[in-house]
Design a protein around this ligand. Sequence first.
Ligand code: CDP
Ligand code: CDP
Length: 225
Amino acid sequence: MDKKISIAIDGPAAAGKSTVAKIVAEQLGYIYIDTGAMYRALTLKAINNEISLEDEAALVDMLSSTTIELFPGEKGQKIFLDSVDVTEDIRRSNVTNSVSIAAKHKEVREEMVRRQQGFATGGGVVMDGRDIGTHVIPTAEVKVFLLASVEERAVRRHNENLNKGFESDLEQLKSEIAARDKLDSEREVAPLKKADDAIEIDTTSLSIEDVVGEIMGLTEDKITN
Ligand code: CDP
Ligand code: CDP
């Protein structure tokens, strides 16, 4: 029987991580964990409770009594915060543009990583985020770092917004993505960084199928060897 491995997919915003991670997980019958959704859920709760995202102690205290659950759904993963479905709310721009502040704190990350590692025990998992290959599952058999130009990533988010019937400003998206990349890459704790043993894939001019194909190729080598 094929062995069940762990697949870590990291990279900057809108590089295609969650799209390809979901497909790879489906094809393998693995669970998919979107770690960004966990930081987003915490950020949403802090905003709703008027807790400063700079206040590490208050965030950690709040997190200790917060449940964040991820369930597979027909249209992708469903995220529940304290038993309430927040799948849509965590994607709003007020969360997107402040989540990197909540995610910079050491003790917040330690608790999130502890929970994420709990999901990953036993393998059979595809996890995407910023620090999966470097910190959450450093032993993952397959590690991928997805990249794409800021222009291409902004266009992808812009198209998503337009398809959903939302207003969208391409230039604004470009600067928001660049600002978030900078915060995520320059923070002191577990910054966005390619693991030394991760395979880098520049997806700028690749289709989703191309990227999925590359990751499945890397995975099959590990499963059967
Ligand atoms: O989907 P998108 O790439 O826009 O972002 P996300 O994966 O939902 O992550 C939102 C934010 O959470 C990131 O910009 C990071 O600040 C933080 N994050 C993190 O610090 N570590 C992770 N493993 C995942 C997300
Ligand atoms: O999870 P992350 O923020 O890295 O990206 P995503 O939410 O998967 O969004 C990427 C967007 O770009 C989606 O609308 C995809 O359909 C599209 N896309 C992609 O993911 N990969 C490509 N190679 C080309 C387009």
